[in-house]
Design a protein around this ligand. Sequence first.
Ligand code: UD1
Length: 395
Amino acid sequence: MSAAAPTAAGPGQAPVLCVVGARPNFMKMAPILRAFAAHRPPIPALLVHTGQHYDAEMNQRLFDDLQLPRPDVNLDVGSGTHAVQTAEVMKRFEPVLDARRPACVVVVGDVNSTLACTLVAVKKQVPVVHIEAGLRSGDRGMPEEINRVLTDQVAERLYTTERSAHAHLQREGVADERIVFAGNVMIDSLQQHRSAARAPAATLRAHGLAPALLDHRHGWGLVTLHRPANVDDPATLAALLETLAQVALRLPLVFAMHPRTRAQIERCGLAGCLDPARVAVLPPQGYLELLGLLAGATLVLTDSGGLQEESTALGVPCLTLRDNTERPITVEQGTNLLVGRDRGAILAAVDDIVAGRGKRGRVPELWDGRAAERIAADLWAWLQRRAAAGRGEAQ
Ligand code: UD1
């Protein structure tokens, strides 16, 4: 391996290289880039998109909604097995690092692109900064858990969204001085765009669906589902769809369907499980559409990490179709309830919410819309300390 020389350049010269790959990265990186630009002096940044998500619905729509700049580099890796996707990102990211020689690489979240770029950078002695560090589900069967643990082990600066993350990192031997509790950048995006959220009726109409579907006295439930543990096994998926069909008898559902889930439903011949009069099936939604559907929902049924947090921030009851969560604060303080795939538990929870006995929560500490600003300030100071230390060593 030919390692590039460590970048001793000060933050004024070398850019910060910011990586995104998949949908949930975009709402985290947008406020970071904005905060870097607003920082005085501005923090020079380059945006690299690995291309892990590439469909217009999973990608360009969100870039537009979040006003993300066009990536400086697109690696165009596309889909593949975990090994292929991770390896492809690594192969294509290495020459970018060599050419750009950044002061550090900023990664967010826990997708394959996060880990792949981290591995390349750390072996080239380029420091890695991980935003949303320390979250742990304790479930190593989840690919994201592996990505989280490994990224955090080698990152040099780790920004956390909730205090439990600090304890996880300490337990795994990460030095205290590397960890900064900064708050939740995803909530920065939510706060910034909330007033521009698209009206749910308009979203349905845009897909040729009658808005009347939402005019039920109980409102609607928003559904998203894409975790391999929920959608890859046909029997598991069939049982979940049957549960959703029963929920839909209580209140209409809007199902924003991930391409992976749609493909699996088609492959398994399960499309008929959901009554179109009670369940509006939509393609993956833009950020502003989803925000509108979420903010107005009676409840959310999801296996997404981001929606657990966004529903807590908006005070919308969330039923998480998983047995664990890496975001425990959404359960302890927010509106989130872990219901797994237990049909009885799901229907009982839906009944409670529809009857007005849903969980009420509060917005967690530092989920205040200013996390990215805090990260920019800290990162700038940290880069300056590193640069000064580098100069000191050279003398
Ligand atoms: C990835 C992340 C997951 C995140 C999710 C959000 C990993 C391990 N997983 O899962 O943590 O919650 O993104 O969506 O990184 N596909 C398309 N178009 C696209 C992208 C994907 O059709 O633009 C289809 C392809 O069939 C692909 C499949 O979705 O094989 C899975 O995509 P992939 O990026 O591997 O994982 P996600 O399930 O999206």
